[in-house]
Design a protein around this ligand. Sequence first.
Ligand SMILES: NC(=O)c1ccc[n+]([C@@H]2O[C@H](COP(=O)([O-])OP(=O)(O)OC[C@H]3O[C@@H](n4cnc5c(N)ncnc54)[C@H](O)[C@@H]3O)[C@@H](O)[C@H]2O)c1
Length: 348
Amino acid sequence: MEIVDIQYNIKNETITKLFYQADFLTFYKSIVEKRHVVVITDENIYNCHEDKLQFVENLMVVDAGEACKDMDVFQYAIHTLLDFEADRNTLIIGVGGGALTDFVGFLSSIFMRGVDFGFFPTTLLGAVDASIGGKNGVNFGVYKNLLGTINQPKFIVNDPSFLQTLDISEFKNGMAEVIKYGCILDRELFGYLENIDLEVIVNDLECLNYIITKCQAIKINIIEKDVFEKGDRKLLNFGHTIGHAIEMSNHFPHGFSVAIGMNYAAQISEKLGFLASEKRERIQNIIEKYDLPINQPKSCDELWQMIKGDKKKNGDKINLILLNDIGSAFVHPIDLEDFKSILQSIIN
Ligand SMILES: NC(=O)c1ccc[n+]([C@@H]2O[C@H](COP(=O)([O-])OP(=O)(O)OC[C@H]3O[C@@H](n4cnc5c(N)ncnc54)[C@H](O)[C@@H]3O)[C@@H](O)[C@H]2O)c1
């Protein structure tokens, strides 16, 4: 496969001239001739894709999944970069899911005050969401993403062969973010998702590519206008305030938690009179259609302990992202007490 530019036709070149479609080895070989490259991946991905990754000269394999965002892995990575004689001109390539790209983005941003980095996302969630937008970070003890920066990668490359080894549950996980884009910004995407199903997405490469490039275009369009989340980037948090609380208290995967968060946020939108009940039902139906959960077992009080600590809280108010239609979201500042009582009416 040759290296193909994906043109998203958006003005800000620093962010949008990022996307390529290419096979990993072709891309790697084209770069390694010109500069010092370190590739970082995780154990699971290495085991599934050793055929490609074994040819990398400076390859670092770290713990799989969320574990790579631990501080001890971070220290190990810095020692390994030094062993590889990395310097300020080194390019670091992260090959992995959202956890790995979060970790690589942060590591690259602070190593020697910042070196260039780029990503090959290997999960659906990584391809449509986590690899895009420059947010990166690691966990500190129980505190998720406590340490991080906003720093854009130099490239994001779609190599569909990576996704072929992905477990079905990881496809579902990623579908939550895909559904989110439909809910908040793109009624046409929402309708498209209503008319297909998970099996089609997993088995039809054309359909999968369509979904990935569509979501990348939606996210990049938002980011390029609002890198630092002062305006429309907030809309991407639909389902996430409640979702993060669910993720932390239940240890559910990110996408599964966001799916429940979106269902609750749609219910709040309906209860506050913004969203017609028939549209709220369509949102619940599409979440269930992709075999994602709509409820979680914790009490409202238990979730509330987590929501109270949300980074996005501002004094006694919090910004909720609500819907007034499918494909149309807005920021709704709400008193914490009002939020708690409406959440209680949904959960208890
Ligand atoms: N930076 C952002 O904007 C942003 C947005 C959303 C989520 N995130 C972060 O993303 C992370 C979740 O990402 P994720 O859902 O991609 O999960 P993940 O990165 O933890 O990967 C899930 C599992 O799949 C395995 N895996 C990955 N690719 C594979 C492949 N091609 N074949 C086989 N196995 C593979 C991994 O080893 C892991 O065990 C969380 O840490 C979350 O905080 C970041």
